[in-house]
Design a protein around this ligand. Structure first.
Ligand code: G6P
Length: 352
């Protein structure tokens, strides 16, 4: 077993560290034009992304890319919600069903119901031959290799790689975008090189009962994913929220005992996120931030700061999510918890 873990203490840690390679492998698959779809993505009246759990967070990130690059109206829904809501769907719609396992019941059945009503269904799965792979019209694979840790990590970043590739795939300057994407794995390696620092930070917060995760734009889904990781494996209550929405509720929770993890790369909403940090500081919240290395302004506002390399704003989720995965991992491991097999959770949920 320890050989399978490649010297790592847990599969989850191994899988976190595999990400530069798995994202690289995924990108390779999409750089060639082999997978070209026989239709124009822009011709659909709407693109609907359906998923559960971590795959849903990848879908949320993807939705920003799809609106920006394809200019097609996009919706993202939890598969379990889509299925029982009266969402009008017909042959003018494209559904992208995202599922690592390809077996999640909610995702499968919601995709099937959209297909029955005439929608075109693309699935995005990591397991070839899985139910969703067979049931969809087209499949895009994530090439992350088997993921053993129950909490998804490397499949998330591979899903991002496919969603980004897909969003730019039919643009005239696609190659430029793919070139930018190809630089990501090396940057992810750099982020991982800083793991010991993330561990040091994480170990200061192992006795907390609650944490808040904030981000805006593409860092909003990353905040949700960071909070989910913490909940799943450390059993610490964590809530992810769009930073701008904090003032409409969660701000009431902030006091000197509340750690607030803020994802703040220098992107279009950077200044806005900094004002949100000010609001946290006014209420004496403890700010832990993830931002560009050398960002002294952000650093000066934070109790703890984790630096990542500067990156094109649209590619930041590939990097910002890694410290959050590690942060959750080191806390859970310190607490002596079963990181790879957290209580009450299953890797694949085949019941509705
Ligand atoms: C389970 C797993 C999660 C995963 C979710 C969706 O809840 O514990 O890690 O994100 O299912 O799985 P899928 O295979 O559909 O991506």
């Amino acid at each position: 077993i320890s050989a399978e873990k490649g010297g790592f203490k847990h599969f989850m840690l191994k899988e976190i560290f595999e990400q530069p390679r798995t994202v690289g492998d995924t990108i390779k698959g999409y750089i060639s034009r082999d997978y070209i779809l026989p239709f124009k993505l822009r011709e659909f009246r709407r693109i609907i992304l359906l998923a559960c759990g971590t795959s849903y967070h990848a879908g949320l990130v993807g939705s920003y890319w799809i609106s920006k690059y394809l200019q097609v109206p996009v919706e993202v829904m939890y598969a379990s919600e889509f299925r029982y809501a009266d969402i009008p769907v017909d042959d003018r719609d494209l559904v992208i069903a995202i599922s690592q396992s390809g077996e999640t019941a909610d995702t499968r059945y919601s995709a099937l119901s959209a297909k029955e009503r005439g929608a075109t269904v693309i699935s995005l799965v990591n397991v070839m031959g899985s139910a969703l792979d067979r049931e969809s019209d087209y499949t895009l694979y994530t090439h992350a290799g088997p993921e053993i840790g129950v909490a998804a990590t490397k499949t998330f970043t591979s899903q991002l790689a496919v969603l980004y590739s897909l969003s730019v795939s039919q643009l005239p300057n696609r190659d430029e975008y793919m070139e930018k994407l190809s630089a990501v794995p090396n940057m992810m390696e750099e982020v991982l090189g800083n793991a010991e620092n993330v561990k040091k930070v994480a170990l200061k917060y192992t006795n907390k009962k609650n944490m808040l995760y904030l981000g805006r734009y593409l860092s909003y889904p990353v905040a949700l994913e960071g909070a989910l990781k913490l909940k799943e494996i450390s059993y610490i209550h964590a809530e992810g929220y769009p930073a701008g929405e904090m003032k409409h509720g969660p701000i009431a929770l902030i006091d000197e005992n509340m750690p607030v993890v803020v994802v703040a790369p220098k992107d279009r909403v950077y200044e806005k996120t900094l004002s949100n940090i000010e609001e946290v500081l006014t209420r004496k919240g403890i700010v832990i931030s993830v931002g560009f290395a050398g960002d002294e302004r952000l650093k000066s506002m934070s109790k703890d700061f984790i630096g990542i390399p500067s990156v094109d704003e649209d590619l930041s989720p590939f990097l910002t999510v890694i410290p959050l995965q590690l942060f959750a991992y080191y806390i859970a491991d310190h607490l002596g918890l079963d990181v790879d097999q957290p209580r009450n959770l299953a890797k694949t949920v085949t019941v509705e």
